[in-house]
Write a protein of this length. Sequence first.
Lengths: 203, 203
Amino acid sequence: MNQDITFYFDFASPYAYFAATRIDKLAAAHGRKVRWMPVLLGALRQETGSPLPVEVPIKWQYVQKDLLRSARLHGLPYRQPPGFPKFLIDPARAMLWIRREHGDELATAFARNCFGANFGDGVDIGDAEVLMGIASALGVDRAALAAGIKEPAIKQQLKEEGEQAMRRGVFGVPFVIADEEAFWGFDRLDHLQAYLKQSSAGQ
Amino acid sequence: MNQDITFYFDFASPYAYFAATRIDKLAAAHGRKVRWMPVLLGALRQETGSPLPVEVPIKWQYVQKDLLRSARLHGLPYRQPPGFPKFLIDPARAMLWIRREHGDELATAFARNCFGANFGDGVDIGDAEVLMGIASALGVDRAALAAGIKEPAIKQQLKEEGEQAMRRGVFGVPFVIADEEAFWGFDRLDHLQAYLKQSSAGQ
């Protein structure tokens, strides 16, 4: 049994941001480590034939309110960046490149800081300067990263990680897989917690 | 301000069943009364262009597990009726007819018993005999009800209630509207509770 937990997310998703603020601590409380894996929600939705929330006006209007309410109820800072919602691909590619070049720990720190900037501070990480600034603050070389996110191998890896995720049953974000159990949505972290508790009690 | 709460549901939805087991008590704790309103999820989804969960295999596989887990975590009896999932229109029409002929209280009791039979006991309320039996146990005349659910006026009312619901922002079930606030999903009853608490404290 794989003791790790995989946390699938899209940098563009506020619900993924909410989950990102909680997932590591939740896992650590049960002796688990989280592997963060960026995927593109657009690609997942294309596969399922489901429109994105923003494409359904009656739903999007609701989601906008639900986001504010969720943030308030869970005590999380939440500010929408300029241009929200928009597709974000470069942060995901950057994270994969940083993981390859600098290891998992730095890549996860980068992802965490990206989420915090984008939805905590409301700063657009789709802006290349902002994105490079976040990486640079962690000691990553800007020029190398700028070249890295254009590498065909990195682009291909992001695509393949998405396909691999779908083969594991991922169809939305945030999505957590712990052992063989799947948890979709920020609002299923309570299910995850119950599972981890039961799972660690059974060992 | 309308002090009542409207609970929109489709008899075919297990998540609506979960919500149905909790909604009255939750509202009553804050001095509110719930108006139960059947709508047809199929019609709502047609409007939004979103496929039903069962139409997306990767999602449906997940939902099946999530239902069992949700029931277990919330301590709710859950048994899938034969033929699940399937469209259920007659129970909705029956409820509207009972409301017109026997009043709101009996109609809500009927709806509650339908949900309990269908998903608590796993008995198919799409079966006319089962449905009539549930109504009959509440003192409703079987023959009159059987004729009532075929009335054009009742069919039309169900259609119009769905359209009216969509105008209020309803795009899925279960869906609760309290005052002007909207709550979608069994997993948003905690948001509803927080709202009602805040709302009654502010009076």
